[in-house]
Design a protein around this ligand. Structure first.
Ligand SMILES: [Zn+2]
Length: 213
């Protein structure tokens, strides 16, 4: 569902460009709203959410899909934790659909999906692991790396129930905006994937913006 935001970029209290292959890890407080902006189009932002007061409670794809009866995420979706608590709400979306089934790219899955020689290529899971190593103050560890959301990524479910990684439906300037319902850690890997059409074989930067309540 396409729903535009009425927030002005001029009133954002925080802005940061995240380059492809890099990560962003930060905290948003309950009531704050943040936007992930696809600057050049056809990018994928592989994202994890954790409850800041207890990171063992984190975003759950299964609880979210079950409660909303829909495998895709868009404006109106409530993102639920593994305790079935609503953590965030998607309050604006100009892309229209986001994936939470495909998972993040990893060196292991790159070898299975594409070629053994792809093992050395940088992947989203590497960026997440780097984030938790470089920022130990968040208290995250390897076991907290779980299922995720791929914002802007187009992963249609096929007739026979499979997944296909298709050309993106996002474009330059499209964005998704979320309101935090609890204090949340946001961990984004801006995907460096070069082997499938989800980012048109051309990883590009995204921008992350935050507004106060
Ligand atoms: Zn990736």
């Amino acid at each position: 569902m396409i729903k535009e935001s009425n927030l002005s970029i001029d009133t954002a209290v925080f802005r940061e460009v995240v380059w492809a292959g890099d990560y962003y890890l930060g905290k948003v407080s309950a009531g704050q709203t943040f936007r992930i902006l696809d600057l050049e189009g056809n990018q994928a932002a592989d994202t994890l959410f954790f409850c800041a007061d207890n990171p063992a409670e984190r975003y759950s794809a299964t609880d979210t899909i079950r409660e909303q009866h829909n495998v895709y995420l868009t404006a109106g979706s409530l993102l639920r934790s593994n305790e079935n608590r609503a953590m965030l709400e998607i309050v604006a979306d100009t892309c229209g659909r986001h994936d939470t089934l495909g998972g993040a790219c990893a060196t292991e899955s790159n070898t299975v999906r594409y070629d053994l020689e792809k093992r050395c290529m940088h992947a989203c899971r590497d960026s997440w692991m780097l984030a938790i190593a470089e920022k130990p103050e968040y208290g995250l560890s390897k076991r907290d790396i779980s299922h995720n959301i791929n914002f802007f990524m187009n992963v249609p479910v096929t007739e026979d129930g499979g997944l296909s990684f298709a050309d993106g439906i996002s474009g330059a300037g499209k964005y998704v905006e979320l309101k935090a319902l609890v204090d949340v850690y946001v961990l984004i890997s801006n995907c460096p994937q070069l082997n499938n059409p989800c980012n048109a074989y051309n990883p590009t930067p995204i921008e992350y913006l935050v507004w106060d309540a």
